[in-house]
Design a protein around this ligand. Structure first.
Ligand SMILES: [Zn+2]
Length: 504
C-alpha cells in the first residue's frame, strides 16, 4: 500500500514517518524538498527502510510534483507547512507553501482518481487568541487568526479550500503546539518566544504521540473503515496532562537549566494577546477512538532531560548571567515585541499589548497559574463553551434549515435556498453582514467555524474589531482581549510593513 507524505522532515513529520513505517504493508512515498536537512533526513530513512521508502524530490508549490506524489496512493498525509518563526520572516514562502501547496495537493488527489484518504494537518492558530475568559475551546468555535500572523491565515484559507473542494475522503486535524526533541535550542534563536502570553492556556501534544495518532488512523481505517471519523474536523491535543499556561511551559523548560521564568525573563517582555492556543474540550474524541497518548508534559521533560544531559551543565551558570547572555539578546531580534517597541512598530505593539501597561516586576504581574481559581478553571464544564448560534449538540443528520438560519443570523448574515435535512456537505448560499455572498457547505460553517471568505479570511487585512459589531460568534471571544472602543484594521502594506488604520 502506497502512503504519500509531505512535510516528512518536520518535527511531527519525522515521528509520523517512523510510526507509519512500523506498519509492515506500508510503502512510504515522501515528497522531499531540496534543502540540506530534508535531504539528509530522507536519505537516513531510505538507508534504514530500503525499498519500503520512495523519495521524490520536489515541492508542494509545484502541481506536477504533487501529482507524482499522490498517484496510486491509498493515503495522503499532508503535513508540509512553513511554520513560525520562519513564517514570520518569509511571508511569501508561508503563503505559497501553506495555501497554494494545499490547493495543489487537493487537486492532485482529485485528479489521481479521488480514491485516496487525505489527512490534512491544520493548526490551532486558526482560532486566534484566548485567555482566562474562555480558556476552553472546540471545533465550531470562531476562527479569528491573530493580526500579522500569516501562518494562521494561510492555514485557515488552505483548510477552507479543502473543506469546500471536490475531495472525496478527507479529515482535517487541527494540530496544537508540539513538544519535540530539539525544541529548547530551536526556541532560543528567535524573538518568537516573546509572542507567548504568560497566561495563555495551552494544550500541548508531543511529536511522538502525533506520529502514533497518524499510524493508528491508518490501521483502524483499514480494519473497520472508521466511517464516522472521515469527513470531520478534530483538534489534536495531549489531554489533561498537557494543559498548562504559557508561563508553566516556559518554567518547565527553563527548570532544566536550573532556573525559573522569573529568573530569566521580565514580565513585560512577552505579549499579552494576539497569540493562539487553548485547552480543548473535545481533544479526547481522538484519544477515545485512536488511543495515541503516551506522554504528558511532565513525562516529556523528564525524557528530554534524560536525552540531553548536557542541559544540566547550564545549571553551573548563575541565572542572571544566563538571562543576560542567552535570553536578553533575543529582545533585539526583529520578531521580538521589545524590538517593535524600540523601533516604533506601533501596529505590532498595539496588536500584542493593546492598552495594557505592564510593569517589569513579577510582583506586579498576576499569573493565572498562581491564582486561586486556576484549578477550577482547568476542570471543563459546558458553561465554558462558546455559543455557535444553533443547537450544536444535534447530530449532523438532524441539522435543519432552521439551524442554518439561526447560525447565519448569529453571525449577522443569512442563508438562501433549499436545504434538505442532514445534507450538511452540499454547498448552500450564505450572505454575510457586509453583503458578500458565498457558497459553502453547512459543515464548513457550522462545524468548521468558517464564515465569509472576504471578511474573515484575512490575507493581508484583519478586521475583527469591525466584524465583531455584527457577528456575535466572533464577538463572544474577541472582546475578551479587545476593548469595544477599539476600531482598527490591522494590515500589511504592499511593502510588507505592519500598520493599523482607525475606522469609525
Ligand atoms: Zn463578508
Amino acid at each position: 500500500m502506497i502512503v504519500a507524505i509531505t512535510g516528512a522532515s518536520g518535527n511531527m513529520g519525522k515521528e509520523t514517518v517512523k510510526s507509519l513505517l512500523e506498519v509492515p504493508f506500508v510503502t512510504l512515498r515522501m515528497l522531499v524538498k531540496r534543502d540540506k536537512p530534508s535531504i539528509k533526513h530522507a536519505k537516513a530513512v531510505k538507508r534504514e527502510y530500503g525499498k519500503r521508502v520512495e523519495i521524490l524530490y520536489g515541492d508542494v508549490r509545484n502541481a506536477e510534483d504533487c501529482f507524482a506524489l499522490v498517484k496510486d496512493a491509498a493515503y495522503v498525509y499532508h503535513l508540509a507547512a512553513v511554520i513560525p518563526p520562519l513564517a514570520d520572516h518569509e511571508a511569501e514562502n508561508a503563503v505559497t507553501t501553506n495555501y497554494d501547496g494545499t490547493v495543489n495537493m487537493v487537486q492532485a488527489t482529485v485528479r489521481a482518481g479521488n480514491t485516496a484518504k487525505f489527512v490534512h494537518i491544520s493548526t490551532v492558530a486558526v482560532y486566534g487568541n484566548r485567555d482566562e475568559n474562555h480558556p476552553w475551546g472546540r471545533v465550531g468555535d470562531p476562527l479569528i487568526p491573530s493580526a500579522f500572523d500569516l501562518y494562521a491565515t494561510s492555514k485557515l484559507r488552505a483548510e477552507r479550500y479543502l473543506l469546500d473542494s471536490d475531495l472525496a475522503h478527507w479529515v482535517v486535524l487541527r494540530q496544537t503546539g508540539v513538544l519535540y526533541d530539539n525544541m529548547l535550542l530551536a526556541n532560543i534563536s528567535d524573538g518568537l518566544m516573546f509572542h507567548t502570553p504568560w497566561n495563555v492556556p495551552i494544550e500541548w501534544v508531543t511529536a511522538k504521540d502525533s506520529g502514533i495518532l497518524m499510524k493508528n488512523i491508518l490501521l483502524q481505517t483499514e480494519q473497520t473503515g472508521e466511517k464516522d471519523f472521515w469527513q470531520g474536523i478534530y483538534n489534536i491535543g495531549g489531554g489533561a496532562g498537557c494543559r498548562q499556561t504559557g508561563y508553566e511551559t516556559f518554567d518547565d523548560g527553563f527548570k532544566l537549566i536550573g532556573g525559573s521564568v522569573k529568573s530569566f525573563f521580565d514580565p513585560d517582555w512577552n505579549a499579552v494577546r494576539n497569540f493562539h492556543c487553548f485547552w480543548f474540550s473535545d481533544s479526547d474524541v481522538l484519544e477515545e477512538r485512536f488511543h495515541f497518548r503516551t506522554q504528558t508534559c511532565e513525562g516529556f521533560w523528564t525524557w528530554f532531560l534524560e536525552k540531553h544531559k548536557t542541559y544540566r551543565a547550564g545549571r553551573a551558570m548563575p541565572a542572571p548571567v544566563l538571562k543576560r547572555l542567552v535570553i536578553a539578546p533575543l529582545l533585539k531580534n526583529d520578531n521580538a515585541p521589545a524590538y517593535w517597541k524600540k523601533h516604533g512598530e506601533e501596529a505590532r505593539v498595539f496588536a500584542a499589548f493593546g492598552n495594557a501597561k505592564l510593569s517589569n516586576k513579577w510582583e506586579d504581574f498576576s499569573l493565572l497559574c498562581e491564582s486561586d481559581g486556576y484549578q477550577k478553571l482547568k476542570t471543563h464544564d459546558v458553561s465554558f463553551d462558546l455559543p455557535h448560534g444553533y443547537d450544536d449538540k444535534k447530530p449532523l443528520s438532524e441539522i435543519t434549515k432552521e439551524d442554518l438560519t439561526a447560525a447565519a443570523a448569529f453571525r449577522g448574515g443569512s442563508v438562501q435556498g433549499k436545504f434538505e435535512k442532514g445534507n450538511v456537505y452540499d454547498k448552500v448560499e450564505w450572505r454575510c453582514a457586509e453583503g458578500h455572498g458565498f457558497l459553502s457547505s453547512p459543515f464548513t460553517v457550522l462545524k468548521g467555524g468558517h464564515w465569509c471568505p472576504v471578511c474573515s479570511e484575512p490575507d493581508r487585512e484583519w478586521k475583527f474589531d469591525l466584524l465583531s459589531k455584527t457577528n456575535k460568534h466572533i464577538a463572544a471571544v474577541w472582546y475578551d482581549t479587545h476593548d469595544r472602543k477599539e476600531n482598527k484594521i490591522y494590515r500589511f502594506t504592499k511593502q510588507g510593513k505592519a500598520e493599523t488604520e482607525e475606522v469609525e
